[in-house]
Design a protein around this ligand. Structure first.
Ligand code: ASP
Length: 292
């Protein structure tokens, strides 16, 4: 299952985004198909979520990879994380060089003794065989204009369009991945929930895989992705109950907007939202569903 959250309440950018929902639906469907093709070929849940997120990062309508929102200095500072249900995770924050931050996060999981790298050096890409972005790849004209407007109006930047994917593979392994540009006009160096294991991304085999989107500070303080897992593992909650309780307890109490996607160990899918608009895609029998 994949997700994109293009809109929150109010704002000019939000109204503009609403006009082009077709592009979001098409992008989600393509990303879902990319992930599903990996699973159909016997690939792992990790490779599937990375394929889906890569497709979303390459699609400029989403706030991740190319077309991500820009930080206050006009550059993209990208965040991404992956986690597999065996407990291994990798993440990057303030990523500037990798064309697909999710691939760099995956490489951290695979090659590094660490879980999270901040402002990872360009030299790592060649070492780990991760593709470098061409100059100007991330900074699209609409995002440059958005930043100019926000700075001229001294307005708070929107946070939406983060992407993520969760999957269960044929071997019963779970994985989750999340990728974002964060919040438009954010202070340079600001880190949201998306690259933080337990807040924006979490997976545990036999239980659940979770990817989140929304007001990062609330997801960080509420340790939201792990909270869903904990309610299931320690409280024996069903996935649906766990998601509902987490959103109420950790987002509702903070009056925060956001959403998450989750898949359980039996393949059950839950899309939970406290947001005006969440786009998600999943398979229902013969059909791929993309919904707001
Ligand atoms: N959670 C992201 C952040 O705060 C933003 C989003 O999901 O749209 O960086």
């Amino acid at each position: 299952m994949v997700v994109g959250d293009p809109r929150r309440r109010g704002g000019t950018a939000d109204r503009r985004a609403a006009k082009s929902f077709d592009a979001y639906h098409a992008g989600l469907r393509a990303a879902f198909e990319a992930g599903e093709a990996v699973l159909a070929g016997g690939g792992s849940a990790l490779d599937a979520v990375c394929a889906a997120v890569r497709a979303l990062e390459d699609n400029p309508v989403f706030n991740a990879g190319r077309g991500a929102v820009l930080a206050a200095d006009g550059r993209a500072e990208l965040d991404a994380s992956v986690m597999t249900g065996d407990g291994r995770a990798g993440a990057v924050t303030v990523s500037r060089w990798a064309r697909n931050p999710v691939e760099l996060a995956k490489a951290v999981r695979q090659h590094s003794p660490h879980v999270l790298l901040a402002d990872p050096p360009r030299s790592l890409l060649a070492t780990w065989d991760v593709v470098e972005a061409e100059v100007g790849w991330f900074e699209t004209a609409p995002r440059v204009e958005q930043l100019r407007r926000l700075q001229a109006e001294s307005a708070e930047g929107p946070r939406h369009g983060t992407v993520g994917a969760v999957a269960l593979d044929g071997a019963g392994a779970l994985a989750a991945a999340t990728s974002t540009g964060g919040m438009a006009n954010k202070a340079n160096g600001r880190v949201g929930d998306s690259p933080i294991v337990g807040a924006g991304t979490y997976a545990r085999d036999g239980v659940v895989a979770v990817s989140t989107t929304g007001e990062g500070e609330a997801f960080l303080a509420g340790v939201v992705a792990h909270d869903v897992y904990a309610r299931m593992a320690y409280g024996q909650a069903t996935l649906a109950r766990a998601v509902e309780a987490t959103l109420t307890a950790e987002l509702g109490s903070r009056d925060a907007m956001g959403a998450l996607i989750a898949v359980g160990a039996e393949g059950q899918i839950v899309v939970g939202t406290r947001s005006d608009t969440l786009l998600a895609a999943w398979r229902d029998g013969d059909e791929i569903v993309t919904r707001i």
